[in-house]
Design a protein around this ligand. Structure first.
Ligand code: SIN
Length: 330
């Protein structure tokens, strides 16, 4: 009798231990923070990543996506990542200069003639090497997501560079972009993305530069009567994580997370191509903004005025890297 009771107790103890063991195996949580709306290339890529990881890793890994600067703005997200408060982010390539000067290459005006050239450079050896340009700071690049080429919007028509003289433009936190607007005789102001609509609406600034997708999803076109189709620069993203988090992932999990991310990036890039055209058309259809097309002669004036910025940043970025990026246009 006594033996039977102890057997029952022993079985109960083992089941309890197993149950407790199962309960403590909590899923790894990956917080993915970004600043744009969900209906953008980056927003769509982040959601796709969340869904693919859920499908493949079930309850072992959970991706939580925080869009629209809900968790962190781009000014704070990298510090938060190094503190372990967020695991993945994808700031625009213009927002890394505190960590590396090399990525400033992507801000040089008129560097890429189209998105195919940007893609070619990003996938080249030189472009892939840039993913590791912040390794000494504890940050790892996992891939690039496209958004598109930038357009100039303003409270007055901008046909030639002289039209921008004296106007205040919001820029991302980039010294190259500051130099670009100074070359126009304009006043650049570094401001967070989340503030741009209000700054434009209240006329605290006169203009800004952004992609069709961002101009549409943030409703900038509702408060900017003119958009010049300048295609003068690039907004793409670096998907970034902390080396400590990434290297700490279990060896059987990391490749599945990476594969899911690569597929999500490819999906986001397809969305980017569609949105560049679709959102431009939606803005035209809204009739809220007049779209200004440049003649080849007018465009040549913008190139001539902005391109000296390349020389200004050549020492920081490296001439070889600039040459490699420019060669991607061929
Ligand atoms: C983004 O697309 O993530 C933001 C770009 C900007 O700050 O203008």
């Amino acid at each position: 009798m006594f033996g039977k009771v102890s057997k029952i107790l022993a079985v109960t103890a083992v089941s309890t231990m197993l149950a407790v063991g199962t309960a403590v195996a909590a899923p790894i949580v990956i917080k993915f923070s970004h600043v744009v709306a969900e209906n953008t290339p980056k927003g769509q890529a982040a959601n796709k990543f969340r869904d693919l990881v859920a499908e493949r890793l079930g309850d072992k890994v959970v991706v939580e996506v925080f869009p629209s600067s809900q968790l962190f703005g781009d000014d704070a997200v990298l510090e938060a990542m190094l503190l372990g408060d967020v695991q993945i982010a994808a700031p625009s390539l213009s927002k890394f200069s505190r960590y590396t000067k090399s990525l400033q290459i992507f801000d040089l005006p008129f560097l890429f003639k189209d998105m195919a050239a940007a893609e070619k450079f990003q996938q080249s050896d030189a472009g892939q090497k840039l993913l590791n340009s912040m390794a000494s700071k504890g940050l790892l690049g996992l891939g690039y997501i496209h958004n598109g080429l930038k357009q100039l919007s303003a409270s007055k028509p901008l046909k030639v560079p002289a039209d921008a003289k004296g106007l205040k433009f919001r820029i991302q936190a980039s010294d190259v972009l500051a130099a670009q607007f100074q070359a126009l005789g304009a006043v650049p102001l570094k401001k967070p993305f989340s503030e741009v609509f209000t700054l434009l609406q209240t006329k605290a600034i006169d203009g800004q530069e952004n992609t069709w997708s961002n101009i549409y999803s943030q409703k900038f076109f509702e408060v900017q009567p003119y958009i010049t189709e300048s295609n003068h620069g690039l907004i793409d993203y670096l998907v970034v994580t902390s080396a400590e988090f990434w290297n700490g992932l279990p060896d059987d999990i990391r490749p599945v997370v990476k594969k899911s991310l690569d597929e999500a990036i490819a999906f986001g890039n397809t969305v980017a191509a569609q949105k560049a055209e679709g959102d431009k058309q939606r803005i035209i259809d809204s009739k809220r903004s007049e779209i200004i097309q440049l003649t080849p002669e007018e465009r040549a004036q913008w190139v001539e005025t902005m391109k000296p910025v390349w020389k200004e940043f050549e020492a920081e970025i490296g001439k070889e890297l600039i040459d490699a990026a420019y060669a991607a246009n061929n």
